[in-house]
Design a protein around this ligand. Structure first.
Ligand code: GMT
Length: 382
């Protein structure tokens, strides 16, 4: 199949999922055309049957806000015709699903049928998508898509609860390449960051308010009252980075935290982690927690959204009420202090990643779904 994929190229879960999906589909002999505003950050090489098409946004003196959605639509039309796309798969509803549906309609007028699959990821449904300035367009784009998927049962239900949706939604969970994400021997790296054998807590996010990064620091501060031999590694960057640094200074723990910024080889950092922390306000899936699990890292996460579908309470990690810093602190302390518990959960976390979320189990679900959507679309047009 020739598949167009549109996603945000920046540091974030939906872009990671879209890029890893495209790379894996290419290994399965599909031809993949990424259409995005810049090279997706996990797409380090473009080769063979993977193509990248950059969307150029025209500035014009009249435009205070250059209309990216329209430039994207035009690019989708152009690539569909010239590459002969069989399906266009867009990640994150705003504005990608809208552009895709418009592109499909333009192409239909020229006698070209291009089925559109939209994958809903998170705040496109749970937060910003519900804003009145977007909600009618999001609803229309979901209803007009030929196929819609959501990354968790929770997100599927949220979509039905908050939008007037009359289309089906298939749940296809996020996935992980467990041959890339596994616990590696990174003793030199560990030695460099933790010269005295300190234990390591890791948090990875794009530092948006929804990720509660200041609470990560508060929890770390609490943990250090009983475990002075712990370091915190913060990976990623975003609007909350500076307030989080400020919080670390206020609490006097700044020197035991490393802000590592945006990093690609996440699996190397996770390979020296003892606990992964995700106290998010809202989370439809929690891909970063899955990456940690694949590297044998037990997770302590918020009991919210799609996280209970990923993290099994007291088996692969712990689920704590949102905002309950004390509960998070206690759970992290337990994992750092009880070796048997840690060993058991580390193995259970890896097993769950491999058994349920391995890339080779999940990507075929997308392949089957594309075929189904194609069949339905051609049945409707004949
Ligand atoms: O950052 C992104 O690319 C999207 C982001 C969001 O806020 O929508 O992440 C969501 O999609 C990820 C991939 O499916 C999920 O793992 C995240 O849980 C989800 N984020 C939230 O729900 C906050």
């Amino acid at each position: 199949m020739k598949i167009g994929i549109t996603c945000y190229p920046t540091y974030g879960g939906s872009g990671v999922v879209a890029t890893e999906l495209g790379k894996n589909l290419a290994q399965r002999d599909h031809e993949i055309h990424f259409i995005s505003s810049s090279l997706p950050f996990r797409l380090s090489h473009v080769a063979g049957n993977i193509f990248f098409h950059e969307v150029n946004v025209q500035s014009y003196p009249l435009f205070d806000y250059p209309p990216y959605t329209l430039s994207l639509t035009s690019k989708m039309v152009d690539i569909a015709k010239h590459a002969g796309l069989d399906v266009l798969h867009v990640h994150y509803a705003i504005p990608h699903a809208t552009s895709a549906v418009m592109a499909r309609q333009i192409l239909a007028g020229e006698g070209y049928a291009l089925p559109v699959v939209t994958t809903l990821h998170g705040t496109d449904i749970t937060l910003i998508g519900q804003d009145p300035s977007f909600a009618p367009v999001v609803t229309w784009s979901i209803n007009e898509s030929d196929g819609v998927t959501a990354v968790s049962n929770y997100l599927r239900q949220e979509t039905f609860d908050h939008f007037n949706v009359n289309n089906g939604i298939e749940v296809i969970p996020n996935f992980i390449d467990t041959e890339r994400f596994y616990r590696q021997d990174k003793e030199h790296f560990k030695q460099a960051l933790c010269p005295n054998g300190e234990k390591v807590i890791v948090h990875v996010s794009n530092f948006r308010p929804v990720k509660n990064t200041k609470q990560v620091v508060e929890i770390f501060h609490g943990v250090r009252e009983t475990h002075s031999d712990v370091k915190l590694l913060l990976v990623g960057d975003g609007p909350e980075r500076v307030p989080t640094e400020r919080k670390a200074r206020e609490l006097g723990v700044y020197d035991d935290i490393r802000f590592l910024g945006k990093q690609d080889p996440i699996e190397e950092i996770l390979s020296i982690a003892d606990v992964f922390l995700m106290p998010s306000e809202s989370e439809t899936f929690g891909l970063a927690a899955l990456e940690a699990m694949a590297c044998n890292v037990p997770t302590v996460v918020s009991d919210v959204g799609g996280l209970p579908e990923l993290v099994e309470e007291s088996e692969t990690g712990f689920l704590c009420p949102v905002g309950d810093v004390e509960a998070f602190t206690e759970r992290v302390r337990a994992l750092l202090g009880e070796e048997d518990l840690h060993t058991r959960m580390s193995q259970a976390a890896r097993d769950r990643a491999v058994d349920t979320f391995d890339i080779d189990r999940v990507v075929p679900m997308y392949e089957r779904y594309y075929e189904e959507v194609q069949e339905n679309a051609s049945a409707q047009s004949s």
